[in-house]
Write a protein that binds this ligand. Structure first.
Ligand code: F6P
Length: 364
């Protein structure tokens, strides 16, 4: 019997279980393959005793629409930076990759499928360079991975964020309020931009286009002049005003905590007030609601395509490669093409032109 080990690493993402299920279902069509899962990413292999789970038909029954991951995940450490406590009580890290590869051999693992984002795929590449038979599957709600058109989970996050815009609209209109809705996405504005377009927000601020607070104010003023006292501004968590980084540092120096508030929404609220916007403004931070729960049909399909392809790449021995969606095909790309650089929103892209076309994105 041959064994393929599946691990899910980094932040969870709707669609992970659909990938796992697809790997198991496709592997079951080959007589001589068994699938096992490492609990909490590669931690399961490194722990004593080892924590693995047999992934057979019964284990994956009906999980395609469940959020999260049935084998758990972690955002800490990994085989190259395993957290260790130093003698003085501080934390350091140790490289346990050789030990992990030995343990995988001992467990009879012939190939590994690592489902994860940029950080996980960097680890995949390092393990591949050490001789491990490994395939990557791209995962992130942020859609910021290179070499694939889309990642699963992104569409679900956009849907959650869009529904939030829809809901906030009715309460905003009832109270004549401005709502600032903060979307996830780390350094990328994909979720915020798509949800703002889909939800018909009044403004959208993303990290790729530093914003001018005066232009945001002008947009609100124009609305107020038309007698509309409410509006929704979608802001990506990584969005910054023009010169924002410097401003934030300066604010620490002068001891003004408001400029260095923890979230983009709070900072924007402060800036709008400073700019003289008198409206009643409220903030909503969507946070992990965008990551939990049921994946959309689109994400389930994409995740299932990725799972089937990943196992087929194992059969073809396409190690050192990652599954990728290149519309309309699902293909194998070198892991090296996916890591080290982020897929950010291009300010010249059609999506941004569209947002500008409907008057919700401002820039040069
Ligand atoms: O990368 C996915 C993501 O949800 C980002 O959008 C967000 O910035 C980050 O993870 C949050 O991470 P954590 O769950 O560790 O707080």
């Amino acid at each position: 019997m041959k064994r393929v080990l599946v691990a899910t690493g980094g932040g969870d993402c709707p669609g992970l279980n659909a990938v796992i299920r697809a790997v198991v279902k496709r592997a079951a069509q080959e007589k001589d393959w068994e699938v096992i899962g490492s609990i909490q990413s590669f931690d399961g292999i490194l722990k004593e005793p080892t924590e693995i789970k047999i992934l057979d038909d019964a284990a994956v029954k009906g999980i395609h629409y469940q959020g999260g991951t049935i084998i758990g995940t972690t955002t800490k450490g990994g085989p190259f930076a395993w957290p260790v406590k130093n003698s003085d009580g501080t934390w350091g890290s140790a490289d346990r990759s050789d030990e992990m590869i030995r343990k995988l051999q001992y467990l009879g693992v012939d190939a590994v499928i690592s489902i994860g984002g940029d950080g996980s795929q960097k680890i995949s590449q390092q393990l591949f360079e050490k001789g491990l038979n490994i395939i990557g599957v791209p995962k992130t709600i942020d859609n910021d991975l290179m070499a694939t058109d889309f990642t699963f989970g992104y569409q679900t996050a956009v849907q959650v964020c869009t529904e939030a815009v829809d809901k906030l609209k009715t309460t905003a209109a009832s109270h004549n309020r401005i709502f600032i809705l903060e979307a996830m996405g780390r350094d990328a504005g994909w979720i915020a931009l798509s949800a703002a377009i889909a939800g018909g927000a009044e403004a959208c601020l993303i990290p790729e286009i530093p914003y001018d607070i005066q232009k945001v104010k002008e947009k609100l003023d124009t609305r107020f002049l038309k007698g509309k006292g409410f509006g929704i501004i979608v802001i990506a968590e990584g969005a910054m005003p023009i010169g924002g980084e410097a401003l934030a540092e300066e604010s620490v120096e002068v001891g003004n905590p408001n400029l260095k508030l923890s979230g983009a929404a709070d900072r924007l609220l402060y800036e709008l007030k400073e700019a003289g916007v008198e409206a009643d403004i409220r903030t909503t931070v969507l946070g992990h609601l965008q990551r939990g729960g049921i994946p959309t049909a689109y994400d389930r399909v994409l995740a299932t395509q990725f799972g089937v392809k990943a196992f087929e790449m194992v059969l073809e021995k396409k190690f050192g490669h990652m599954v990728a969606y290149h519309h309309p095909e699902v293909v194998a790309v070198p892991l090296l093409d996916a890591i080290g650089k982020q897929n950010l929103v291009n300010p010249d892209s059609n999506l941004v032109k569209t947002a500008k076309g409907v008057g919700i994105c401002f820039g040069d």
